[in-house]
Design a protein around this ligand. Sequence first.
Ligand code: ADP
Ligand code: ZN
Ligand code: ZN
Length: 725
Amino acid sequence: MDTFETVEVLLDVPLHGTFTYLAPHALPAGTRVEVDFRGRKQCAVLVGGVANSALDPAKIKPLAAVFDELPPLPAALLRLIDFVSAYYHYPKGAALFTALPTALRVAQAARLADRRAWALSAAGLADPPPARQRARLALWQALQDGPQAMHDLRALSAQAPKVLSQWLQEGKAERVEPLCPELEVADGPQLNAEQQGAVAAVSDSFGRFQPWLLQGVTGSGKTEVYLHLIACALASGRQVLVLVPEISLTPQLLQRFADRFPATPIAALHSSLADGERLQGWVDAWQGRAGIVIGTRLSVFVPLPRLGLIVVDEEHDGSLKQQDGLRYHARDLAVWRAHDAAVPIVLGSATPSLETVANVEAGRYRRLLLTTRAHAAASLPQVRLVDTRLLRLNEGLSEPVIAALAKRLQKREMSLVFINRRGYSPVLACPQCGWTSGCKRCSSKLVLHLLQRVLRCHHCGWEEGVPRVCPDCGNVDIQPLGEGTQRLESAIQRLFPEARVLRIDRDSTRNKDAWDEVYRKVHAGEVDILIGTQMLAKGHDFGALSLVVVLGADGGLYSADFRAGERLFSLLMQVAGRAGRAEHRGEVLVQTQWPEHPLYLSLVAQDFDGFAARELAARREAHFPPAIFQALLRADAHEAHEAEAFLGRFKAEAAPWLGEVALFGPAPATMARLAGRERMQLVFECADRRALHRCLNQALPLLERLGRQAGRSLRWSLDVDPTEM
Ligand code: ADP
Ligand code: ZN
Ligand code: ZN
């Protein structure tokens, strides 16, 4: 009994603190174990720390199992989780389990492919099989040259698995870590002077912490800069972490990496991986086998023992921020990791976030500019505004737009019609009484899907049939408001009956095969006019697009959300970047009722810096981030008054120690009802980040107490540096 020691573990529970168990012998921090917690078997992870001395030693339960198929989780990961938990004010155990791949969150040994190679032992080497055993001799000869993967051995002889397990038993063969493949770097284009300058600057900072902003429009050659830097890092035996938005993690991008580094194992981690695949990629990175990890936001947690460089592409992209559970920002955590590992980090974008722009201004980040398109023949597109105030519209399209489309059709060039759907969707409405198709479960509108003949809520998923008459007044002439992609498709098809039109939206690209089909058609020249939304803005190379038409952009100009302008500008720059990627000088037409708006004038001039300077000044004036720091306390319940009472009580009790932190609210959230729950919020604001965090630290125990006292239906959460209000 006296050989037992107490250990502290983290559990996947919404509780702060650690839990004490008895271990059969000393175990290192990071060990995965199984424990009995409140009558249930759960996975837990050992951490440092001492047991609460008030615990009755007789009541401490022993660990139920210790999993040792993998080494203990590395200290760097546990350090990152310490930071995450403190910064986002989120229970450490729950944070750690968010970071782990699903297969390591359960109380089971992980099942992993054995990636070790086969080798001959000294005894095996000294004992070649006789010549008449041809298969055995061939295997023996291959192994004489060095360790081999079973995959290659099986190619020599189908009997390889049987023979080698026999040799293993006889002590003639052994399992060894495979040799690192020699780095191979395929040729890429010769870098231009700006690209060379960027590569030189960043590689000069290898081995120390330095954040870089690589700012350049689409097609300016940012990815080419990443690839050169990655080659440098790999050449010095380091690993590289590349974070990208979900939407740009395409087979094309992965292929570009694989083609450039044909011998380097690459772990690609995206959300559609099966649990086993994700685990394997994660472990390959952690064990140092994968040279490059490319993934979406969750990959920021992947352990990399030889980390040498981090790249965050499209660093302004909203998908880098997690919007539920642990609400972390992968870019910000990546910067923390770069600091912790003392390595440079490159944040790339055509339209950096204003947070990053402010960090450049403050001298914390350094900026590298790519000012021209890298591809010699490609130039920046020409952006023109089409003032629709004086024009008659035909199915939502103005005369100049129709003429431009007709011209491309005649020249057999491809056009893109882009519909900005932020705050804008085909909602069914009655022109007589003003009825609109609202969702019964939340405060959103139901969107009309003509093909399936349903009304669907894009927020909570509610679906219902399309009414024949207005439910309020019986009018038979109910119509969709705004332009959906489907309605636009039929309008364009009517205007240009001979055109081959392809619509791309969430419905038409539900799976990967659908995307492949889109690419095939586009590159085979089988499309004249592409119609689509946000999904078309980023990442995809559609080759010869010579015209981009933007509809519905005005919707983002005047919004309650102070970030709406930043998002609209970035989106429009991205869309404009679709034009003229290849040999054609692209043209972009933006239909608007506000042609004098400064945002559009900056867009016409392709002047991000001018836009950012003006926007940043306005944010400072109005005391909005990044000039100040925010946290959001959300509460939701079946009844609005429950949520409001909870927030009100918190505000009253917190008042004495708020100090310089200002509290706004309670107010209804922008989506005041979601899936049958009423949502309210309270905003914390402070110019001093540390003061804000001190305040949140004090708020936490109070919130937990009030949460326990509130009704059963109440839920609350904290969002530090919120991006959606
Ligand atoms: P970004 O990541 O900024 O969109 P890419 O790196 O993808 O830009 O480059 C756009 C295109 O230009 C790619 O086809 C790329 O191969 C090509 N390219 C990049 N750099 C050069 C260069 N220095 N010379 C010629 N072509 C280049
Ligand atoms: Zn709904
Ligand atoms: Zn009506």
